[in-house]
Design a protein around this ligand. Sequence first.
Ligand code: ARG
Length: 248
Amino acid sequence: MKRILSIVLAAVMLCSTALVFTACGGASSEKKELHMATNAYFEPYEYYKGKEIVGIDAEIAKAICDKLGYELVIDDMEFDSIITAVTSGKADFGMAGMTVTEERKQSVDFTDSYTTATQVIIVSEKDSKVKNSDDLETATIGVQLGTTGDLYVSDLKKAKVERFNKGGDAVLALTQGKVDAVVIDNEPAKAFVKANKGIKILDEPFEKEDYAICLAKNSELTEKINGALKELKADGTIKKIVDKYING
Ligand code: ARG
C-alpha cells in the first residue's frame, strides 16, 4: 500500500513539474501579444463601443500588429499612467493620441508621427467669460491630468486649473458651470461638443502637435513599428482609418 502510494505521489510530482516547465517554457520562448497602454475616453482615437475599444489608434495599432505578426491587447488606464506602464515594461507601447513632447522624450522614445492635432478651447455657448485665449489667463480651466492641455494652461500664472482623470469629466464640469473653459485636443473636443448640449469650440489656433507611439528607450520594437507605419502610410491604410473616424 505504502509503495503504491509513493509511486502515485512520485508520478503526480513528475507531472506537475512537467506542467510547470511547459507553462514557463511556452511563455518565454515566444511572445505573441503586444500590449498597448491607452486611455480609452478619447473619441475618435480610442473609446468604448460596448465592451470593445475602437478608434483611430486602436485600428492603426491592430494594423501594425497584423503586419508584425502579433496579437494586439489593449490595456485601458489613466492617461497619466501610460508612460510608467511603458517604461516599467508592463506595456509594450503607449498609443493614446499622445503628443510628442521634449519632456516625454526624456523617459520614452517616440515612433514617427502618424497624425497631427491642436489644442482647442471649449466654452459654454452663452455668456461665457472666456471669449478667446487671452481670457484664459484669469479663468478657471478644466483639463485632463498630464496632457499637453494641462501643460499649456499650467503656464498661465493667474488661471485656476482643475485637473480631471478623464477629458469627459472636465467637459461635465463645464456643462455644470464649475469651470469656465476646457482645453483639450481638437477631435475629442468635437466629439464632446456633439455629445453635449450648450457648449462650443472657440476659433483660436494653437500650435500643431504630432501624435506618435511611445516605447521604452532603445526598444527593438521602435524600428519595427516605424517600418510598419511607413508601409501603412504608403499604401493609404492610415489615411483610410483616419478618414473613417474623422471625415467619414
Ligand atoms: N494629446 C494630448 C497629450 O498627449 C492628450 C492626449 C490624451 N489622450 C487620451 N487618450 N486620453 O497630452
